[in-house]
Design a protein around this ligand. Sequence first.
Ligand code: BES
Ligand code: MN
Ligand code: ZN
Length: 508
Amino acid sequence: MPGPNTEILTSNKSPMTLSGDTLVIIIKKGDALKGDLLTKINTLAKGGLTVLKSNGSLTGDLGELIWLPVQNSHYKRVALAGAGECKPSDYTEIRAREFFGNLSRKLRSANAGEVVMTIDPIISALKSASLGSQAAAEGLILGQYRFDTHHTRKADRPKFTLGNITIAVGTKTPASQLANGASKGSIIAEAVNTSRDLANTPANLMTPTIVAERAREIAEQAGIEIEIIERSDAERLGMGSYLSVANGSHQPPKFIVMTYKNGGPRKPITLVGKGITFDTGGTSLKPPGGMESMKYDMSGAATVISAIGAIARLKLKTHVVAIAPCTENMPGGGATKPGDVVYAMDGQSIEVINTDAEGRLVLADGIAYAKKVKNAGVILDVATLTGAMSVSLGDYRIGVFCNQDSLFRQLDSVAQSTGELIWRMPIDDYYSKQIKSEVADLANTGGRLAGSITAAKFIEAFVGDNPWAHFDIAGLMSAKSDSGIHIKGSSGVPTKSLIEYVAAKSAS
Ligand code: BES
Ligand code: MN
Ligand code: ZN
């Protein structure tokens, strides 16, 4: 797997008893620069700290990174990193992650090597040492993510790679809290990066077969049960809606089912992810402009597969099923034609008005299978479902459609700490009339108006009474530039929230 090799370690010993290439001391705005560590550093720097402070070069402003010449140190170099205002009243894990994300890339381009980093101001600003070290681990791992597998020329790859980073504190903090936070954050961030890898990989190298192989590797490493439902099995199960999308492709479809049970409720929390490894639109072919971004159309599958991997690595006491119906959507000779009628696994008939509205077709059978075979409880589905979603909410908030107020409140509270912000969208029954069909139970499109809502109403028809939330991530599937924890390309959203939601629901 590409991505950073950095491991996040922790220590509650004084950095002066540790060693490495670079010592990074995080300071806040207007920091008094007192305490044992800074006094010692000032001595090693022959009063350099005092000079920097008095001439106004060291302010602690957010983003400041000042290298301090020192002698006789355990480190080749010492840097002071400004974290800005760190008032507990308005400081958040989101800000901490963003800070560490940016810092990780600055340290990498400065070739900082093996790093020891004190994070006291962040820990004081957040509610606990474990939240502080978790946010640090997440920011440092997510911020260094890169997808450069296919650059064969050295000049096209970033020059340096960071070594391990040891998070240390100057003040007395229980070592176990620091370590637990860093380990949880590392597992979560690695899952997000796995999700990014899966989605960033071009569609010829991430076919449904390859997604299934990757899912199998993740399952084997984490001790998760996995079943791959092949085309013939899907036919037997009556997944006519899902299979109608696969008809136009030479690539065999793979319907991935992963089950993790470690106590938890009888009815599993079920995560269903849209797994279109490439969306040409099918017979209702998309225009060529920007079509290459449709390699991201399996982002939903990528998030549920990597989330359940992390849930198992965290050994959460819970019962979770991840389902990823994977296929290409191609316009081959066998492709579904507009007007065709297909039957989903639960017996509902669907008139396929537009073969480009394929996401809901694969989700229909994903959800029907979750209910019928896996006895699903709460269902969360994640999909790059509608272009209309980016028109309404842009690339900042994920549109979430939910049939239970308490479930939405829980998801919203999780989102406010993961930073994968959501916004509740309406699912009034009024909208259902748009997806009525003349010839079948449902039509797969509902016209121009309220495109994201009619898509959600279509999915709801397969959910029935289960508590359910649908994440339409079309607007956020990829980032346009590097900033904070976001790296150009696949966002890996909302992997963090799926994991944290399940963690919050797990027995401790
Ligand atoms: N995968 C697309 C949605 C999409 C478009 C995601 C752009 C991200 C960026 C989905 O399968 C699709 O094509 N939806 C259609 C639905 C329409 C035909 C009702 C759309 O949004 O145009
Ligand atoms: Mn489509
Ligand atoms: Zn699609």
